[in-house]
Design a protein around this ligand. Structure first.
Ligand code: C2E
Ligand code: MG
Ligand code: MG
Length: 672
């Protein structure tokens, strides 16, 4: 299943929108500028035309006229002179028509000779000019209905009135009415306009281009930032997998689509076993490398339709949108286990990584995504506690999950009410079958749930600081029992179990010494059992605590030997005086050559390191014989005795076993 990042805009990108929107005012500005400049060009051109008309009138014609000509009219010779003057190329080039008026509104000269001598009604402009008032040049289109009737056919014209004066002051003697052809002027105007429009367009185009670049760059940066923020909020930075937020989003979408009907969407929650140990032993950098490799396998090895995510810590999730019910989800879970099967190699060390998986299926176990995840989580908790690797959600998981939480809340009260009790499993000297000591094993006599075994609550309590008081309570009870037995003439060694968290508590050795002193029991009669993995969570602190215990005389036994990941070198560095071979090897010793080899090697190792070796889980006589033949002479197991309540064990010791308890063992010590 592929998750697409969201698109960062609608149909048009931000840059495109800004580009289009900014184009509107820029084009409008272009039009306004072009219009203003066009008007200015026209005004300037008309002013130029006015000037050249005045030049023609004042320099070209007026010197050929006298006040008499205006009063009496021009002689034919005078008319010819003016005709010649006007035929001059310089003058005639722009001139379209000329009329010279006297104050009586009589045309005394015109290039259109038919007008000469005619007296016409004066236009406003002519009257103004004859009165000495200024008149601006203007652009006209001649019309048959007014005084320009004679100019029809000359096209657009620039009309200029110039007063005709012979003296510097007083009313003009007459007026020139001059029409210049607009065509050459229009050509100049058009050329200038073209140049201006081109320059304006280039300028605004450049402005728009710069603006576009700025916006495009800012928009690119914004998009980059948005993508980065999205990634930070939706992807796990260590593994690159989707995080919880995106996973929940994916589940919701898959449920909404429900392409293949109910039971199609399943969620697998995956938790790596012993990851805390890996982190503690190999360091955080290697822990990170493990998480990255697991992520790579989950996203690479599984079917393409699945979506893998890291929910946090060592918890991963897989969303399977196309599973057909529970069996389909179980197939995916098997694929997950298979993909984690190959050891992860870190700095040349092959590491086996195992995972617990909780499964919940939509439509079967839950009706909405939230509940689906909750159910998968309850199934995972169940799988972890039952060490069953894969659990599909059942009602029991939920009850169990709720019970787990309730149990945790009840531990403190249970300690005060004395609900934690001990049973004792004897350890035997195998050749003589004499009891050498006992291992104290805790039980919770719960008022509602009955007698709970350690696996029901120790893994829970271990995760909290309450394991401290619980352990001290167990040791206290065990020592009490030793005193009680001693009063009855039964002298036994005592072994108690410690949790990983106890080994991180530097106060523990002092507290144990206090308890021993209070009960008047020699430290050498007490042994603490620690598993390899517990000692590996924080090896330095664990070794310091164990050394202090050993220094005070308390025995240290490595419990469940052979099941952890500790190296022989590390185990040899532990200040222990005893090894307890795990029952999984002991029970299989006759059936499985590998188990037998491990037991044999462990016994050899213990002998060479000067440690006592104890076999646990002895269930048959044949196993006892074999252990003796291999050199292991101490053991415990259901065959010899199940763990028993103190009074029953007392009775057995004195009656059924009929054996006098052996004296104290002298603990062998590993150099510390
Ligand atoms: P462990 O220390 O390895 O204890 C031995 C476990 O093996 C006991 O289970 C015992 O009943 C069982 N066992 C003994 N002989 C046989 C046998 O022949 N066959 C089989 N199949 N099992 C046998 P139990 O009492 O359920 O304890 C389980 C684990 O709980 C212990 O394993 C120990 O790790 C932990 N535990 C027990 N009591 C305490 C305690 O007071 N504190 C802490 N921290 N852990 C405890
Ligand atoms: Mg034990
Ligand atoms: Mg054990």
């Amino acid at each position: 299943m592929r998750l697409r990042r969201p698109r960062w805009s609608g149909r048009l990108s931000l840059t495109q929108q800004v580009a289009l929107l900014s184009l509107v005012p820029i084009v409008a500005l272009g039009f306004i500028l072009a219009h203003v400049l066009e008007t200015q060009i026209l005004t300037r051109t008309l002013a130029d035309a006015d000037q050249s008309a005045q030049l023609i009138a004042r320099m070209g014609i007026q010197p050929r006229l006298s006040p008499r000509d205006l009063r009496q009219g021009l002689t034919p010779a005078g008319i010819r002179t003016l005709d010649e003057q006007l035929s001059n190329r310089q003058v005639s080039r722009d001139l379209a028509r000329i009329k010279i008026w006297n104050q009586q509104h009589t045309v005394i000269y015109s290039d259109l000779h038919g007008l000469i001598g005619r007296t016409l009604a004066a236009s406003d402009d002519l009257a103004n000019t004859l009165a000495g008032r200024p008149n601006a040049a203007q652009l006209i289109t001649p019309s048959a209905h007014n005084e320009t009737a004679g100019e029809v056919g000359l096209g657009q014209l620039v009309e200029v009135y110039v007063p005709l004066r012979f003296a510097a002051t007083g009313r003009p003697a007459g007026a020139f009415e001059i029409y210049l052809s607009y065509r050459p002027i229009a050509a100049t105007v058009a050329r200038d306009q073209r140049t201006i429009v081109l320059l304006v367009a280039i300028g605004l185009g450049l402005l728009w281009g710069v603006l576009y670049r700025i916006v495009a760059r800012a928009s690119r940066r914004l998009r980059g930032q948005a993508r980065e923020n999205y990634d930070l909020a939706h992807y796990d930075q260590l593994t690159g997998l989707p995080n919880r937020t995106l996973f929940i989003d994916g589940v919701t979408k898959a449920v909404d689509r429900e392409e293949s009907g109910p039971g199609a969407v399943a969620v697998l929650l995956i938790d790596l076993d012993r990851f805390t140990e890996i982190n503690g032993t190999l360091g955080n950098a290697n822990g990170d490398a493990v998480l990255r490799e697991v992520a790579r396998r989950l996203s690479g090895d599984l079917d393409n339709g699945t979506l893998a995510a890291r929910l946090g810590g060592d918890e991963f999730a897989v969303l399977c949108p196309g599973t057909r019910g529970i069996s389909g989800a179980q197939t995916v879970a098997a694929a997950v286990q298979a993909s984690l099967e190959a050891p992860i190699v870190l700095d040349g060390v092959a590491l086996d990584v195992e995972a617990s998986i909780g499964i919940a299926v939509m439509g079967v176990h839950a009706g909405d995504p939230d509940l689906l995840l909750q159910r998968a989580d309850a199934a995972l908790a169940h799988a972890r506690l039952r060490c069953s690797r894969v659990e599909v959600y059942t009602e029991e998981c939920n009850r169990f999950d709720a019970r787990r939480l309730m149990l945790l809340g009840e531990v403190r009260g249970a300690l005060e009410r004395g609900e934690f009790i001990l049973v004792y499993q004897p350890q035997f000297d195998l050749p003589t079958r004499s009891v050498t000591g006992v291992e104290a094993l805790v039980r919770w006599r719960h008022p509602e749930h009955g007698l709970l075994s350690p696996s029901d609550f120790i893994p829970l309590v271990e995760q909290t600081a309450l394991i401290g008081p619980l352990t001290l309570n167990v040791i206290d009870q065990a020592l009490c029992q030793m005193v009680a037995w001693r009063r009855r003439g039964i002298d036994l060694d005592m072994a108690v179990n410690l949790s990983a968290r106890n080994l991180l508590d530097p106060a523990l050795p002092g507290q144990v010494a206090d308890l021993l002193a209070r009960h008047g029991i020699a430290a050498a009669r007490l042994t603490v059992e620690v598993t390899e993995s517990a000692a590996m969570v924080d090896p330095d602190r664990a070794i310091a605590v164990l050394r202090a215990l050993r220094a005070s005389g308390v025995g240290v036994s490595i419990d469940d030997f052979g099941t952890g990941n500790a190296s022989i070198g590390y185990l040899a560095s532990l200040p222990a005086n005893e090894i307890k071979i795990d029952r999984s090897f002991v029970t299989e010793i006759l059936a499985d050559a590998r188990a037998e080899a491990i037991v044999r090697a462990t016994i050899d190792l213990a002998r060479n390191l000067g440690l006592t070796v104890v076999a646990e889980g002895i269930e048959t006589e044949a196993v006892i014989e074999h252990l003796i033949s291999l050199g292991c002479e101490t053991g415990q197991g259901y065959l010899l005795s199940r763990p028993l309540a103190a009074d029953r064990l007392t009775a057995s010791l004195t009656a059924s076993f009929g054996l006098a308890p052996a004296g104290p063992r002298a603990p062998a010590t590993l150099s510390t």
